[in-house]
Design a protein around this ligand. Structure first.
Ligand code: MG
Length: 395
């Protein structure tokens, strides 16, 4: 660590993870310094952020806007596009990269950062789902570290500190149950995007909120946790916990279960990833256990939420299967949010796409990207098939 504190790059600086990261960093003072920021299309917000924290470099999605941003941020290096994002992730002198990107776009920058030996605080789960082996390999080879910021794996990581994978019997991944906990498939036929976007306990971006409603997000976390903590995918168990207070649990071979509890506030996992092994006062209220009174745990309804089993299936198959499922889901959720397909059709598109793909090895970036492309193509084709049909007629 330099005298000026740890140097931080924030990818996805104008999204919900970015906002929370700034809140955490403001609270930590000069222990950290922001040296790089990226944004997609919220360019004005990025410029405002950059004026306040004075980074060395920023990256925007659209190359046509580079000159405009440069004129507003004199002295700041302005990058653009996927190439710029990878350069920013590997920025010289940066210590920590907070990856708050959404979707497959985060894969290359994650690999570049890890290869360059950075610590990556990872909120973006898709790179791990798509190419877990490659991401772990990049971390091992580059000497970088991969720290989970997603609240559930972050909770497991905290419970697992000082323990070995062989001491673990099960990882209990908690799920709020999403917006439709307790609903039947019949009831979900007419679900609208507005209903799916109304998450009971967490405030997040739209793709991940829909994934919470289908439990696809939970399924991806199953894959993520098995990779991060090197356990068999069937050792990862999902338990519905509607209070979202227990962020996950680890059961050890002796029967002891350690749980991580806290407020449903992303500043907790983000800050721990930045300051660990130290703990600092966090910019949030404390959890009122007595006010809470009771905690509830239920079995997930696998018939109403078949996305979960689909993720186990893809995880057991391994290779390119998870990358294809991830690609299909991005296309399907987009189709749902645009009103092209119904809520239940998201699963139909995912299931069909995974079934149509012949899995192969995912040992190179080229293989993963080809699988991603194939998954998107197959899913788009199936979205157009499903479109004209009455919603909910499937499975
Ligand atoms: Mg999560």
């Amino acid at each position: 660590m330099s005298m000026a504190g740890k140097r931080v790059v924030i990818l996805g600086a104008t999204g919900s993870i970015g906002d929370t990261t700034f809140r955490v960093l403001d609270n930590l003072g000069d222990e950290f310094r922001v040296v790089g920021l990226s944004a997609g299309d919220r360019v004005e917000q990025l410029v405002r952020r950059a004026r306040a924290c004075k980074p060395e470099a920023v990256c925007i999605a659209d190359g046509a806007q580079v000159e405009g941003v440069r004129s507003q941020l004199p002295g700041v290096r302005v990058l653009s596009g996927p190439e710029g994002l990878s350069q920013l992730a590997a920025l010289d002198g940066a210590d920590v990269v907070v990856n708050g990107l959404v979707g497959a776009v985060g894969l290359r920058p994650t690999l570049e950062a890890l290869k360059a030996g950075k610590t990556v605080a990872m909120a973006n789960k898709e790179p791990l789902v798509m190419a877990g082996g490659l991401v772990l390999q990049a971390a091992a080879e580059g000497g970088g570290a991969l720290l989970p910021v997603d609240s559930e794996p972050n909770a497991m990581w905290q419970c697992l500190r000082g323990e070995s994978a062989s001491a673990v019997r099960s990882l209990f991944l908690t799920a709020s149950g999403g917006a439709f906990r307790g609903w039947t498939r019949e009831q979900m036929i007419t679900v609208t995007p507005a209903q799916a976007l109304d998450h009971p306990t967490w405030r997040m971006g739209s793709k991940i909120t829909v994934d919470c409603a289908t439990l696809m997000n939970k399924g991806f976390e199953v894959i993520e946790a098995s990779l991060l903590f090197d356990v068999d995918i069937d050792q990862v168990k999902v338990v519905v916990h509607r209070e979202s207070v227990v962020h996950s649990m680890v059961e050890f071979v002796d029967g002891a279960i350690l749980a991580h509890l806290g407020k449903t506030d992303m500043s907790l996992p983000i800050q721990y990833a930045l300051t660990h092994p130290k703990r600092r006062p966090a910019p949030m209220d404390t959890l009122d256990l007595v006010g809470l009174g009771a905690l509830h745990f239920e079995e997930p309804d696998l018939l109403a939420f078949p996305a979960l089993e689909l993720c186990y299936e893809a995880g057991r198959t391994g290779g390119t299967a998870p990358a294809v499922l991830n690609a299909a889901d991005e296309v399907a959720v987009e189709g749902f949010l645009r009103g092209e397909i119904g809520f239940l059709d998201i699963h139909e598109v995912n299931r069909h796409t995974l079934g149509a793909h012949i899995p192969g090895p995912a040992d190179s970036l080229a293989e993963v990207l080809a699988a991603d492309e194939e998954g998107r193509r197959l899913a788009r084709e199936h979205v157009t098939v499903v479109r004209g049909m009455p919603s909910g007629r499937a499975t």
